[in-house]
Design a protein around this ligand. Structure first.
Ligand SMILES: O=C(O)CCC(=O)C(=O)O
Ligand SMILES: [Fe+2]
Length: 223
């Protein structure tokens, strides 16, 4: 295990699967997973609709939904491979998860803009567990007070590479103080699948849900 720490940032990183296991899981997920299309493959930013620069799917326990960037996603029922990975993550962390967000990046042009996973329906005490399969990609954390020209503080971003078969545990309060992104990397031609296991609380009053506007994918720094 590798501990990744900064002020308000607390993560653990490890190689969870061997290359053979990870190859096998990637292949099975390519066969099993169905990605969102239509309105579910879009985000809304200040009322404008954008398609996301990657493919996305949500799986989890029956009846769970998850709202971000103005769109409510229904959980599809767990697939056998997602259950296997979820159970491996639970054995490693001692935490249970009822939901997973899947992101598939077809190559280095697909990316995810800077955001926090701070939706109201997430259990704030539960870490977010991120499993990466396929092409290794850079992952960047930036402190909320060190974003943009007018930022009050100079704090170095925290950068790491998420390898094939790797596991990143983002512990509280990381998601309160740090934004994260998966920047464009033009030289990468192979696909990557990322799974973020979460604990979602049921039946939140809609009026208490945060509406998010910063996840649609830009700006992304270039390699
Ligand atoms: O692909 C990744 O590693 C990041 C995914 C992510 O941040 C998210 O799903 O919220
Ligand atoms: Fe995220």
């Amino acid at each position: 295990w590798q501990k990744i720490e900064a002020e308000g940032l607390d993560c653990d990183y490890a190689q969870l699967f061997s290359k053979e296991e990870a190859d096998n899981l990637f292949q099975k997920l390519e066969e099993e997973l169905v990605y969102a299309t239509g309105e579910e493959a879009t985000v809304q930013v200040f009322g404008k609709v954008y398609s996301i620069p990657r493919k996305q799917a949500t799986y989890g326990d029956a009846g769970l939904t998850y709202t971000y960037s103005g769109i409510t996603r229904m959980a599809c029922p767990w697939t056998p491979t997602l259950e296997d990975i979820r159970d491996a993550v639970t054995r490693t962390t001692g935490q249970t998860f009822n939901f997973v967000v899947v992101n598939r990046y077809k190559d280095g042009l697909d990316h995810m803009g800077e955001h926090r996973d701070d939706e109201r329906e997430l259990d704030p005490l539960c870490p977010i567990a991120s499993v990466s399969l396929g092409a290794a990609r850079d992952f960047v954390f930036r402190h909320r007070d060190a974003r943009g020209k007018m930022s009050g503080r100079r704090m170095e971003p925290v950068k790491l590479e998420l390898a094939h078969g790797s596991f990143l545990l983002m512990n509280p309060p990381t998601n309160t103080f740090w934004y994260h992104s998966l920047p464009v990397r033009k030289r990468i031609s192979r696909p990557r699948i990322n799974l973020t296991f979460r604990r979602v609380q049921r039946c939140l009053d809609r009026s208490t849900m945060a509406v998010h506007s910063d996840r649609y994918g830009e700006p992304a720094s270039q390699s």
